[in-house]
Write a protein that binds this ligand. Structure first.
Ligand code: NCD
Length: 306
């Protein structure tokens, strides 16, 4: 059985296929409207979410399937001390596929070992978020027409930002990608990703603290929120939270076709005035999340698309 726990669980060809299917879904919604009739998706969310959970649910509903689940640990038997292994064994009797978000890194991997149904990692702690990456890749490919030969700036909390970790892991497999990592020193990309992904594959990257100095080089600017819930103390969060605020003034030095992405939720890191800039792609990105999750559900359930 196939699960999606880590972005590298999918080959580049599988990702390209999923993105093609997602584009097809966008153009022919009606053709896909009944493909999952009689199937159920369980959303097991032990951590808050708006987009990821609702876009998974919308994806399954758009395919004619049904959804069930919980949206916080307190409303599940986790609050009574049930293990992930037991929960997933039981959920396997109720649903055909599940998406799990958990504050502990590796929880969806553990679930996949005990599961009778495909498990999708919908974000595990500060680790990985592979379906956000599919969304990001679809957005980049749709806007730029390619996933190669791009200079990508990743800005904000690169330490705890799981979307950044998964995106780097995935994009490192495409030709001509160069990363500019923009963060305060304390929120730099974890060493294991620098070593095992970037250095190990000779991917060009530089690390800087100032967004302004690199802005004009970027094809994509991927902004992120400082991940308050992963900090050990509030003081550090308060000191770092407004390290970067993208505003109209900073956008003046960006390329005319640079695209701004953000996995959302946004806190302060993009001024509201930027929303009207044609380069702001983050709300479109949220829409793409539904199509790509529809494509993923079809693939993992092995539904024939004719
Ligand atoms: C992200 C997440 O949960 O990691 N949100 C999302 O899934 N779109 C980013 C974040 O919470 O900052």
């Amino acid at each position: 059985m196939k699960h999606l726990i880590d972005p590298l669980d999918l080959t580049v060809e599988e990702i390209d296929d999923l993105l093609d299917t997602a584009r097809n879904i966008e153009a022919n919604r009606q053709r896909y409207a009944h493909l999952c009739e009689g199937k159920k998706l369980a959303t097991l969310f032990y951590e808050p979410s708006t987009r990821t959970r609702l876009s998974f649910e919308a994806a399954m509903l758009n395919l004619g399937g049904k959804v069930l689940g919980f949206s916080s640990a307190d409303s599940s038997s986790a609050a009574k001390g049930e293990s992930i292994a037991d929960t997933i064994r039981v959920v396997s009797c109720y649903a055909d596929i599940c998406a799990m978000r958990h504050p502990k890194e590796g929880a969806p991997l553990v679930a996949s070992r005990f599961s009778g149904i495909p498990v999708i990692n919908a974000g595990d702690g500060g680790h990985q978020h592979p379906t956000q990456t599919l969304t990001d890749l679809l957005t980049i490919r749709s806007l730029k027409g390619r996933l190669t030969d791009l200079t990508i700036g990743l800005c904000g909390d690169l330490k705890f930002g799981r979307t950044v970790h998964s995106l780097i892991k995935s994009l490192a497999r495409y030709q001509g990608i160069r990363f500019i990592l923009i963060s305060p020193n304390e929120l730099r990309l974890p060493e294991y990703i620098r070593d095992e992904v970037l250095n190990a594959n000779n991917i060009p990257f530089e690390e800087v603290e100032q967004l302004e100095t690199v802005m004009s080089q970027l094809d994509i600017l991927y902004m992120t929120r400082v991940q308050r819930e992963r900090f050990f103390n509030e003081e550090d969060y308060v000191r770092l939270k407004d390290s970067y605020i993208l505003d109209g003034e900073k956008m003046k030095s960006a390329k005319p076709d640079m695209a701004i992405l953000h996995p959302l939720p946004r806190v302060n890191e993009i001024a509201v005035e930027v929303d009207n800039d044609p380069r702001a792609a983050y709300f479109k990105q949220a829409q793409y999340g539904v199509y790509v999750r529809m494509a993923l559900i079809l693939k993992l359930l092995e539904v024939e698309v004719c």
